[in-house]
Design a protein around this ligand. Sequence first.
Ligand SMILES: Nc1ncnc2c1ncn2[C@@H]1O[C@H](COP(=O)(O)OP(=O)(O)OP(=O)(O)O)[C@@H](O)[C@H]1O
Length: 366
Amino acid sequence: MTSEWINRQVAARALPVSADAIDRIITGESAPIRQLKRMIAAVAVSDASVVVTGPTGSGKELVAEALHRASGRSGPLVAVNCAAIPAELLESELFGHEKGAFTGADRARTGRIEQAAGGTLFLDEIGDMPLALQAKLLRVLESRRIQRLGSNSDIPVNFRLVTATHRDLSQSIEQGQFRADLFYRINVFTLTVPSLAERTCDIPLILARMISDQMCQNPAADSPHFDVSAIRALCAYPWPGNVRELKNVLHRAFVMLPGRMVTARHVRDNLLGMAMPDLSDQGCDLPEPAPLSGDMPDPAGIQTAFGKLGDIDMRGYIRDIEVAMIEAALDKRVGNVAQAADMLRLRRTTLIEKMKKYGIRRGLDA
Ligand SMILES: Nc1ncnc2c1ncn2[C@@H]1O[C@H](COP(=O)(O)OP(=O)(O)OP(=O)(O)O)[C@@H](O)[C@H]1O
């Protein structure tokens, strides 16, 4: 069904009660976001499958969450990132297995599809699912039954499927990488999340929401304040990494400019340009930090700044830097945790441990 069909349905009815739930999850009042929220409200109540498209970091996972919350389904939202799980493990992750089904299967395990009973199964990056598994998923969608690996018995399943991808699935079909029959099964509705560049008037609201979330997580943090020139500079930027990139910029502001008034110059030079701020115009009289290889902030410069600024919450500061670096590496490697770990010279398991500690879910199944 097309977005014209949805538009007609949306126009034909008042927003349902679930609009509140959607508003709480998706911040923004721009015309494309208001339209997206109305579409979510319209399709949430149906059981039909939804494909969420949109550029990376634009908020596709949030749309899946909003669809689930507004659907009123009593079961859980179970999210699986098909690109983050090695192909050979994805099948048992989704379908579960019986004890002894394969080497290392020392006990039975319920798969994600079963876990989503009565709720929503969100398959992120479905375009990356191996072809053999696509065939199995299609059978599940047609029969509404699954078999765990190593079992012959069918288990009935009841879930609403929401998928997302940053790939052009029609192109993947032409290239033989995605099954056309599965595409038609999963694509009853398409919801497209606009890029941040198409809705820059939402930036002040999103920023305020992110600051308040950050302060809830860490009430001791000293929030930066963005003046009008800073907001204008943020609105003029093209945001290739979309809302995720805005979140990273805010993290940088918390680390580099805590409690300070952020201006357009800070935005351009320090937050988007990634240079350490020159705080001399704010009475701190600090030397310019020497650039490091790779344009990373110079730790020696940070040390000097700390000396001048007095007491510093070192654990909080290091945590903020780790979060910003992990998110930057995940951005650079399009959510691929193994590659991000390589980039950060960490073992994959160490990176995953840190991501769990900091509540970074990108690239990990929920
Ligand atoms: N409207 C919004 N308001 C507040 N935060 C948002 C909004 N949209 C996205 N975010 C935040 O931006 C980040 C990226 O969002 P999300 O993971 O949903 O993007 P995505 O499109 O699924 O990304 P990917 O393509 O990499 O899977 C998340 O931290 C999310 O909470």
